[in-house]
Design a protein around this ligand. Structure first.
Ligand code: PMP
Length: 361
């Protein structure tokens, strides 16, 4: 007999998370543009730091992540005591749901929101609530109208995935002020670095008791495989999250790599510069092909086709050309493809293959 799952709703309602595809039969080295990774990889300084940390693998890592927290705080002007580190920002989402919701309570996210919000809510026995967007943008009024005393967490990815749209700070502030005091607003800044001048909402976290910001090393820093993210939160929330965090959740190699990466300002600045130029070129090129593409504030674009059949045909055409992108059907966009901004030559290949597709279509 298989062991019974703890008596709680939700777990068997969880659909398995589907990550971006990474292999393509018939192509030894496909061009992978399906997971919003940094096409330039990790900073060389991070690689050096990780290689030397590997030699210390017989030691348990730091339990309080003091070195990494100090580096993040110094570089971003944050208070190190308000930082809690996790195995990717995924783990911070999980900690928040474990600590703040359960049966009878709600976790709100937007219509096309990141899959982990729903998964972590259900894993905690809570009810995920999806709020409609307006023109692929977060609708603050709709969220405020739907929030009740049972709503304890609201997750807003800004910029959003998979739409790549962005909500200005004044809207986030209005949202934070309008939610019940018992509800935590979580600003998921997985793609915050890609917006010039946006710091992820740090001032809002510092001004209020109920706002948390999340950041990750997986995107701009090119360390998706290392699994490091963090939350920036009021101290009372950090205290709660640390109580449920495993003592050695981050490996010594991960801590060393992330610390070196955050200090390598020139590397990340150069990656962001290329991303901004290439994102504009990719968007312009896609529009010229007659495809729908909103302005992107991240390191990917959402390309809209006439319908699902055309999106699938374009996906198949790209695959034939050795290019893997994401068909965001499970995000509610069956008629679209999400394409990560790659190196200049990668983006030229994408535009060439889609021009070929549109020419043939
Ligand atoms: N939030 C958003 C909006 C994301 O797109 C992702 C990754 N796809 C994450 C959080 C989680 O990233 P990680 O766990 O790698 O930090």
């Amino acid at each position: 007999m298989t062991a019974p799952i703890r008596p709680q709703p939700g777990i068997l309602d969880i659909a398995l998370y589907q990550g971006g595809q990474s292999a393509l039969p018939g192509h030894d080295a496909p061009l992978k543009l399906s997971s919003n990774e940094n096409p330039f990889g990790p900073s060389p300084a991070a690689l050096t730091a990780m290689a030397s940390a590997l030699g210390e693998s017989h030691r348990y890592p730091s339990t309080d992540h003091a070195g990494l927290r100090a580096a993040i705080a110094e570089v971003h002007g944050l208070d190190p005591d308000r930082i809690v580190c996790g195995v990717g920002s995924d783990e911070i989402i999980h900690f928040l749901c474990q600590a703040y919701v359960g049966p009878g309570l709600e976790v709100m996210h937007t219509e096309h929101g990141f899959a982990m919000y729903r998964i972590s809510a259900l894993a905690a026995g809570a009810t995920p609530v999806e709020v409609p967007e307006r023109d692929r943008r977060v609708d603050v009024e709709a969220i405020l109208a739907r929030a009740t005393d049972a709503t304890r967490l609201v997750f807003i990815a800004n910029p959003a995935n998979p739409t790549a749209t962005f909500l200005p700070m004044e809207d986030l502030t209005r949202l934070a002020h309008g939610l019940p005091a018992t509800c935590i607003l979580v600003l998921d800044g997985a793609y915050a670095e890609f917006v010039d001048g946006y710091d992820g909402g740090k001032a809002l976290v510092e001004a209020r008791e109920n706002v948390v910001m999340m950041r990750t090393f997986s995107k701009a820093y090119g360390l998706g495989g290392l699994r490091v993210g963090y939350g920036y939160a009021p101290r009372a929330i950090v205290d709660v999250l640390n109580r449920i965090r495993g003592p050695f959740n981050l490996s010594g190699v991960a801590l060393a790599g992330a610390e070196a990466a955050v200090r390598d300002l020139d590397w990340v600045a150069e990656c962001l510069r290329v991303n901004a130029t290439e994102r504009a070129r990719l968007t312009g090129g896609l529009r010229q092909l007659g495809l729908g593409c909103d302005e992107s504030f991240a390191n990917f674009v959402l390309v809209r086709f006439a319908d699902e059949a055309e999106a699938l045909a374009a996906d198949a055409h790209l695959k034939q050309a050795g290019i893997i992108v994401r068909h965001p059907k499970n995000y509610g966009f069956p008629q679209a493809l999400r394409i990560t901004v790659g190196k200049p030559e990668d983006n030229s290949r994408v535009l060439g293959a889609l021009a070929d597709f549109k020419g043939a279509a």
